[in-house]
Every structure is written in structure tokens, then in C-alpha cells.
Design a protein around this ligand. Structure first.
Ligand code: NAD
Length: 500
């Protein structure tokens, strides 16, 4: 680090960016058949820093065949659970050894603060990897007493066993590329599946590095494959491939629905972690300082590009003016700068297109004369910055009132009481997360069951854990990630009935 708090880029990162990258198939890099490439930009400068393959149908076909062959061979799927666990723990150790390299790559391709890349993309991912590695040895079915009376006098012993589902297609978004990528790879591998993972075309670099580390850890060739490319061709070919048994998708609700429709044709198993427009309800008895600290982080972490982020804050009338003033002060105090500057609190969003999309929501609100409070002006240059903004008491007609903005834009709404807050909070197609802020235990226990969301925090927001199931109500998705039952989604249950 030099005196300006700018992180010095590691030589290994520079070398990785300069490399010509192919596709990771059957345990190594291979040249793609596609000649098309995709540029990777640094959101802090708008400059190209790397390029990757834009895989075509034949490329994806090759990756799926490699995964399928490895699965059928049993080289991983029939390996002793304890051996899988050991390899996956070694895999986590390798991430730890390369922590700084991966954190820097993530900041450079995604734009997020290096502090967040270190703490979450690497630090939290390590926790998830070790937790999930341990699930390899906890897979179990049940023994069942059955009452089959035929033929007379026959006795049966029945049990269920969990078997790896086969080839998994893992589709990853751009907001937490390494962490969410590992949320696909780890449960698939822990269950004994093979995987073909497709990172977002904007942010493929850290997962590409993780593909190499998987082989170094001892994951057999063909079990972990990675294809890079655009959603429609690369992603579409992967998710509709007949040899794919399960799709694990994280991304927008629009894409999730599209994938779900095509999955129905083959009844391909599907987990969908989709968008959110997450409410926070602040009751009049909440601790104001706790609210400001918790919701500034819960709303603006990673520039609000967090599916679980709080983006609609409903405040009971007696506390509204005080909290609105505190939020304004906090937002205006945030410093803006590149992710590689450790002191910058708001960094660029992930792409030029996304910057324009967030700006369009703000422009619509401005045109409709909404009250908008913005933070410091954005740094000069071509970085994809958006100043953090509060929209006060938004009209229902604003585009940002109901749609997921996925940026540093938060609404503050005055409500008369908890009943009104619940009605407004639940008035959404989404149902991913919510938070409730109160010092009254009875209010919390009364209101938690009435909130339509897959996760409800009380006096905190966006704090996730490997042991806490995560997923959406309504159009925020289907299925749950994490927790002791996570591998259920990566296994089929077989019932066995033995006459004796
Ligand atoms: P996106 O839906 O545009 O893309 C996600 C991935 O799907 C990318 O890899 C993309 O290339 C791929 N894709 C696009 N079209 C496809 C197709 N036809 N077939 C197969 N794959 C296709 O989402 P995004 O913009 O990358 O990510 C932001 C969204 O992700 C937000 O809505 C956010 O809420 C959501 N998200 C949800 C969670 C969660 O856990 N619920 C977590 C993170 C992000």
C-alpha cells in the first residue's frame, strides 16, 4: 500500500489479466471453437483490462460432455465422502493462500471496494466453502417402517438414499461473482455432482482463477468446467442442454423466469435466486443510531448491488424527521472513489449499462419532481459512478418505487403505524428479505410472521450465514440455498424397499 491508501496491484494479478484465456474444460484451459471475444472493463476507469471467450454452442456442448463423462465415470460421484470433503477443504485453503490476488481481481473487474472484496468475496466465501465441504460427509437418508401386507407374512425393510443429481449448470450474476459462484460450485461438488459454471460476461475473472485452483486442490478432470460468454447463447445452450440435470441460477427475475420456462420441457431441476425490492420497517421505538449504522450498510454496501439490500425504508411518523435528517447527513458524508482506494466508501457500479440504468431511474424521479437527496458529486473521468441518493416519500408513479434499481438509491417513506408499514412492505412482487427495527420484543414477534420475505432480520440487515437458509418468497425465486439441507437440491432421493 502506498500513502494514498491505494492498493498496489499484485504482479500475479497483472499477469493473470494479460493472459489469453480459453475455456476451462476437462481439467485445463482449452482453445474455444468460437473466435468471438468479450472485453472486461475496470469500472473505476472504463478501460479494458482483459478479454475472454464468447463461447458458442459447440464450446458449451464440449464442456457439458466433459462434465457428463466425469460424472458417469464415478471418479468423483462415487468417491468416498470423506475424500471429497478433504479435497474441498484443500480447495478452501487454496483460496485463503491466494486471498489478496482474488480480492484484487474482483475489485478490478467488478468495481467494489477492496475492503469488501477481502471481507466478503474472499473472507465469507471461505466460511461457506468450509461449511459446504463438511456437508459431503453428512449426506443421509432415512430408514422407514412400511406396512406392506402382501404376500402374507412378508417383511420389508425400506430406506431412502440421496444420490448426486448429475451435471449441474451454475449461472452466476455480476454483483458477487466469486462468492455466488462458489455457492454453485461447492454444493454441487460436495454432493458428488459435476458442474459447468457460467460466470457473468461482465465479471468472469475470479471464477476462472477458481477453476485452476479446483484442479490444484485435487478435483478430478472434467468435474469442474467453466465456460464464458453471453447469456443468450452460452447460458441458453447450457441451461437447455439435455445432459444437464439441474440448473442453479442466480440473477434477475426476468432471466430466471425465461430459464424456468425452458427447464419445464425436460423438467430439469431448478433453483432460482432472483431479485429483491427489500423493505425495512422502522418502528418509533427503534434505536436511531443502530438504524443508521445498520441500514447505511444494508442499503449502500456494494453500491446497493446486493439482492438482499434494503431499498425501501418505512419509518413510523414520530421518528421520521429525525431519521431522515440522520440519513441525509450520512449519505452526504460518503466518499466516492475507486475500489482499489481503501478509504472510498462508494465505488463505481459494475458496468456502463448499469450506471445508465440507475441514472435513468433517478432522472424519471427528477422529472416527476420527487424529493431527491444525493451525496457527493462523482469523480471526474470515465468511471461508472452514481452518487448515493435518498428519495423522500416517493410517489407510487415513480419507476423506482416498485422496480428493483439495484444501485445506491433508497426510498424513505413516512408511515402512520406498523399496520400501514406492513401493508406497504408487502405490496411488492418480490419477497427476498426484509428487516424490522424495534426495541420491543412483542412488536417484533407479532410482525415477523406477517412479513412476506424469505429472510427477516430484526435490528440488522443483509447479514447472511452459511447455516441460515436463504431464498425468496413470491417472484424472488424458488428453493433455498445454505443450511444443513442445502445438498437436497443437488441430490435425488431414491426409495429402496427390500423384501426379506
Ligand atoms: P441477469 O439475469 O442479467 O444475469 C445473470 C446471469 O444469467 C448472467 O451470467 C447472464 O449471462 C445469464 N443469462 C442471461 N440470459 C440468459 C439466458 N437466456 N439463459 C441462461 N443464462 C442467461 O442478472 P445480473 O444483472 O447479472 O444480476 C443482477 C440480478 O441478480 C439482480 O436482479 C439481483 O437481485 C439478482 N441477484 C439475486 C441474488 C439472490 O440470491 N436472490 C443474488 C445476487 C443477485
Amino acid at each position: 500500500m502506498n500513502r494514498s491508501n491505494k492498493v498496489v496491484t499484485l504482479d500475479s494479478v497483472i499477469a493473470f489479466l494479460k493472459r489469453t484465456h480459453g475455456l476451462y474444460i476437462n481439467g485445463g484451459w482449452v482453445d474455444a471453437q468460437s473466435r468471438d471475444t468479450l472485453p472486461i472493463y475496470d469500472p473505476a476507469t472504463g478501460l479494458q483490462i482483459a478479454s475472454t471467450v464468447d463461447a458458442n454452442q459447440q464450446d458449451v456442448e464440449r464442456a457439458v460432455l466433459s462434465a457428463h463423462k466425469a460424472f458417469l465415470s464415478g471418479v468423483w460421484s462415487r468417491r468416498l465422502p470423506a475424500e471429497r470433503e478433504r479435497v474441498l477443504l484443500r480447495y478452501a485453503d487454496l483460496l485463503e493462500q491466494h486471498a489478496e490476488e482474488l480480492a484484487q481481481l474482483e475489485t478490478l473487474e467488478q468495481g467494489k471496494s477492496i475492503n469488501i472484496a477481502r471481507a466478503f468475496e474472499v473472507g465469507s466465501t471461505l466460511n461457506w466453502m468450509r461449511y459446504t465441504a463438511g456437508l459431503s460427509t453428512k449426506i443421509c437418508g432415512r430408514t422407514l417402517d412400511v406396512s406392506i401386507p402382501i404376500p402374507e407374512g412378508a417383511r420389508y425393510t425400506a430406506y431412502t438414499r440421496k444420490e448426486p443429481i448429475g451435471v449441474v449448470a451454475g449461472i452466476v450474476p455480476w454483483n458477487f461473482p466469486l462468492m455466488i459462484g462458489m455457492w454453485k460450485v461447492m454444493p454441487a461438488l460436495a454432493a458428488g455432482c459435476s458442474i459447468v459454471v457460467k460466470p457473468s460476461e461482465l465479471t468472469p475473472l475470479t471464477l476462472m482463477r477458481m477453476a485452476e485452483l479446483a484442479t490444484e486442490a485435487g478435483v478430478p478432470d472434467g468435474v469442474f468446467n467453466l465456460v464464458t460468454g453471453r447469456g443468450a447463447v452460452c447460458g441458453g445452450t447450457l441451461t437447455t442442454h439435455p445432459l444437464v440435470s439441474k440448473i442453479s441460477f442466480t440473477g434477475s427475475t426476468v432471466t430466471g423466469k425465461h430459464i424456468a420456462r425452458s427447464a419445464v420441457d425436460r423438467l430439469t431441476r431448478l433453483s432460482l435466486e432472483l431479485g429483491g425490492k427489500n423493505p425495512s420497517i422502522v418502528l418509533a421505538d427503534a434505536d436511531p443510531q443502530q438504524v443508521i449504522e445498520g441500514l447505511m450498510m444494508g442499503s449502500f454496501l456494494n453500491q446497493g448491488q446486493v439482492c438482499a439490500a434494503s431499498s425501501r425504508i418505512y419509518i413510523e411518523a414520530p421518528l421520521f424527521d429525525r431519521l431522515a435528517a440522520d440519513f441525509e447527513l450520512a449519505v452526504k458524508g460518503l466518499s466516492l472513489g475507486p475500489g482499489m482506494d481503501m478509504t472510498a466508501q462508494i465505488n463505481p457500479v459494475a458496468s456502463r449499462a448499469h450506471q445508465q440504468s440507475v441514472q435513468a431511474y433517478l432522472a424519471d424521479a427528477q422529472d416527476k419532481r420527487a424529493e431527491i437527496i444525493s451525496g457527493k458529486s462523482v469523480p471526474a473521468g470515465d468511471g461508472y459512478y452514481v452518487s448515493p441518493s435518498l428519495v423522500i416519500n416517493p410517489d407510487p408513479g415513480l419507476l423506482l418505487t416498485r422496480n428493483e434499481v439495484f444501485g445506491p438509491v433508497v426510498t424513505l417513506t413516512r408511515v402512520a403505524n406498523a399496520q400501514e408499514a406492513i401493508i406497504q412492505a408487502n405490496d411488492s412482487d418480490y419477497g427476498l428479505t426484509a428487516s424490522l427495527w424495534t426495541t420491543n420484543l412483542k412488536s417484533a414477534m407479532d410482525l415477523v410472521p406477517r412479513i412476506e420475505a424469505g429472510t427477516v432480520w430484526v435490528n440488522s440487515h443483509t447479514l447472511i450465514d452459511a447455516n441460515l437458509p436463504f431464498g425468496g418468497f413470491k417472484q424472488s425465486g424458488t428453493g433455498r440455498d445454505f443450511g444443513v439441507d442445502w445438498l437436497d437440491a443437488y441430490t435425488e432421493s431414491k426409495s429402496v424397499c427390500i423384501r426379506h
